[in-house]
Design a protein around this ligand. Structure first.
Ligand code: F1P
Length: 347
């Protein structure tokens, strides 16, 4: 995929390629807007893609829950490009939403994991995530793969549009190329730490997850993962919205997970942490390596390597996935087969 960004297309079947972006490049470049349609974890990947595509490509993006989009009467034209994100490629809500959009002339770009799946077949162009089969029901590696490919798609469109400086382009690409090494570092260095944090909080009744900017979709995904595999009620919220309601929930019983890696919003998220501490909430924070301020303020920290703020979410989600996993295990649950959930929701 990195080669293809530099102009050399990789035709190997199991390699991720961006040839789908080239195929409908004109559509992307002249699009009124990009509408991202997905469900669940894939929707969270889409929300982050909105932030990244708008920032890097300056194209208007909307993100829609397929389960709503299919039933309402949205305005769609032949100037719209729809990016459909789905691990299984079979989610009924997403499929029906796409069928409706296609009838109205939109161009469909599918980002799916399962080769030859229904969404892949009905797309005009697309890319595969090739994350391999997900063993558990709750989406984890599919999510990180979706983010990675969405970053590359955004970089490719920005490059075609001439909207991105070479320095930033190379910096983001370099951070992405190091993601596997960074993930290994998190798993090696933080595994035992996260396990201990999970044990400490495994009896909690509710959790609140907060993040700002690029880390807001990660707060949502952290909360969803906890709900899916531990059955604990968890809410994800933009940290800046806290004062508009959820702050009423905070007391000494409530663990609040902050996605607080060093970025442009760091000072603000630090003051949000202080607000929670002042109300006796327990703060668990995902922090960048070497961040003394956040480390001293929080009750517990999970450390990730510092990368460019746009790429940071693909790393900050890893400790949150692991936290949910261990909380589920400590509660005696089968984390691979959560009750009531299906790998692909085809009705
Ligand atoms: C969407 C999804 C998953 C979730 C669960 C149910 O599936 O909501 O995110 O973890 O498996 O389905 P998909 O369209 O990405 O296959």
């Amino acid at each position: 995929i990195f080669d293809s960004l530099r102009g050399r297309m990789d035709a190997e079947q199991q390699s991720i390629t961006l040839s789908g972006v080239d195929k409908i490049a004109e559509k992307f470049l002249s699009a009124n807007r990009i509408i991202i349609v997905a469900c669940g974890t894939s929707w969270h990947a889409g929300l982050l893609a909105e932030y990244v595509i708008e920032e890097l490509c300056r194209i208007n993006v909307e993100v829609e829950y397929a389960s709503e989009f299919r039933y309402r009467n949205p305005i769609i034209t032949d100037q719209d490009v729809i990016i459909a994100i789905s691990q299984s490629g079979e989610t009924a809500d997403t499929l029906v939403a796409l069928e409706n959009a296609k009838k109205q002339g939109a161009t469909i770009f599918g980002l799916v994991n399962v080769v030859g799946s229904s969404i892949a077949r009905m797309s005009d162009a697309g890319a595969y995530t090739h994350a391999g089969p997900e063993i558990g029901v709750a989406s984890t590696k599919a999510f990180t793969a979706q983010l990675t490919v969405l970053y590359l798609i955004a970089l490719k469109i920005a490059q075609l549009k001439g909207a991105i400086e070479a320095t930033l382009f190379n910096r983001l690409l370099a951070d992405l190329a190091n993601v596997p090494a960074y993930v290994k570092e998190i798993l090696d260095d933080q595994h035992a730490v996260i396990q201990a944090i999970a044990k400490k909080y495994s009896d909690a009744r509710d959790f609140l997850y907060l993040g700002r900017g690029y880390n807001f979709p990660i707060a949502l995904e952290g909360a969803l993962k906890l709900k899916e595999v531990s059955y604990i009620h968890a809410e994800g919220y933009p940290a800046a919205e806290m004062k508009h309601g959820p702050i009423a929930l905070v007391d000494e019983q409530l663990p609040v997970v902050f996605v607080a890696t060093k970025d442009s919003y760091h000072e603000k998220i630090i003051s949000n942490i202080q607000e929670i501490k002042a109300r006796k909430g327990k703060v668990i924070a995902v922090v960048s390596h070497g961040d003394i301020v956040a480390t001293e303020l929080a009750d517990d920290v999970m450390v990730v390597p510092q990368v460019h703020e746009i790429i940071a979410p693909v790393l900050s989600v890893i400790p949150l996935q692991l936290l949910s996993y261990y909380i589920g295990i400590y509660r005696g649950l089968d984390v691979d087969k959560p009750r009531n959930l299906a790998k692909s929701v085809t009705v």
